[in-house]
Write a protein that binds this ligand. Sequence first.
Ligand SMILES: Cc1cc2nc3c(=O)[nH]c(=O)nc-3n(C[C@H](O)[C@H](O)[C@H](O)COP(=O)(O)O)c2cc1C
Length: 394
Amino acid sequence: MPSHPAEGKAPGGTEALYRRFVGPLLSRDDGADAERLSRLTLSTLGQVALRRNWPLVRGTLEGLGAELQRRDPRLEQTLFGCRFANPVGLAAGFDKNGVAAAVWDRFGFGFAELGTVTWYRQGGNPRPRLFRLAAERAALNRMGFNNDGAEAMRRCLERQSLPPAGQRPAVLGINLGKSKLTPLERAPDDYASSLELLAPLADYAVVNVSSPNTPGLRDLQDETLLRRLVERLRRLPGCPPLLVKIAPDLEDDAIDAIARLAYEEGLAGVIAVNTSIDRLGLAERRLTQTGRALAEEAGGLSGRPLRRRALEVLRRLRATAGPALPLIGVGGIDSPETAWERIAAGASLVQLYTGWIYEGPDLVPAILEGLGRQLQFHGLASITDAVGTGLPWR
Ligand SMILES: Cc1cc2nc3c(=O)[nH]c(=O)nc-3n(C[C@H](O)[C@H](O)[C@H](O)COP(=O)(O)O)c2cc1C
């Protein structure tokens, strides 16, 4: 495992287990099938979420919380009507069906984005479809929105008896995608059906128009199509705060158009970015599992190589939209320093996926402690005061 500031501390139980058993599996591209490992983790967490009031399970979750949660009032914020206990969230795609919605706060997250969920249940692309690039701390995926569908997510969340939206220890966002079966021109109805069903359960919702693995989906980032889509969704009764998640591969003009549209349409925010179809300097890199170079493989890249582009897109959004539009920064964040950099560049919140897998659960408290130290160093009273300041990591 690489070092980060928590390294000086003796690792807690979870971190020690992660380093000993999971670390070695993740350190090689073919160490263990990446998708099976995620599925195993999620099905375990799903059982834990359903039985979280059983005494033994409750005790274990309390232990997990004691190890990974950090309460720091300076990191609290209220954005688009949601109160975030801290600015670090789980990015979309890990808990696609919301099975562990009730327990993400125990991992220290201030929020978790469930999904992407589509109206129709779908199996996704053929396997293998998730690949580790361990040396680069990156991943390539072409999952293709495998999920059980909006109705199954609703049942799954209801079974967990979550506190009502607005009263949860971690804010829950629901990320919506277009079903593969639905033609592009009917996309607004497809998204609207999912949102109508899930709105009462969501603190916020995300229109995902940026996954590279559903043919045509990214065309919905076009200004006219996106406006039509957003207007349709915002008319739904009980529509929660609505955000749009964009791709890192957009041209500057398209980023500017989305920033303006977000402002004009009263969107709650923009999430930047999804995985990239650019090979980010890794075109020649071969996948151990297929023997082919990344240039010849379909899918989106995530992790450390995405950091620089994700930061550029965020800066551009901030420059065009100004400070009033909340931005969520995601892509290549894998340390307290890279989280601070994104906040200083204009993100009010950040999300983790690939970095969290490689670094392990201790990354969340390490980031929260690191952010707290930066606030102190720069003489800032709260994380809100740090957003968009451009202040360097010290
Ligand atoms: C295996 C995998 C599945 C993903 N699935 C989704 C998804 O369903 N919806 C979505 O909006 N983003 C999805 N993403 C993108 C992440 O949410 C995130 O935007 C991207 O990975 C960049 O962050 P990272 O570098 O921290 O991983 C997925 C990423 C990975 C690695």
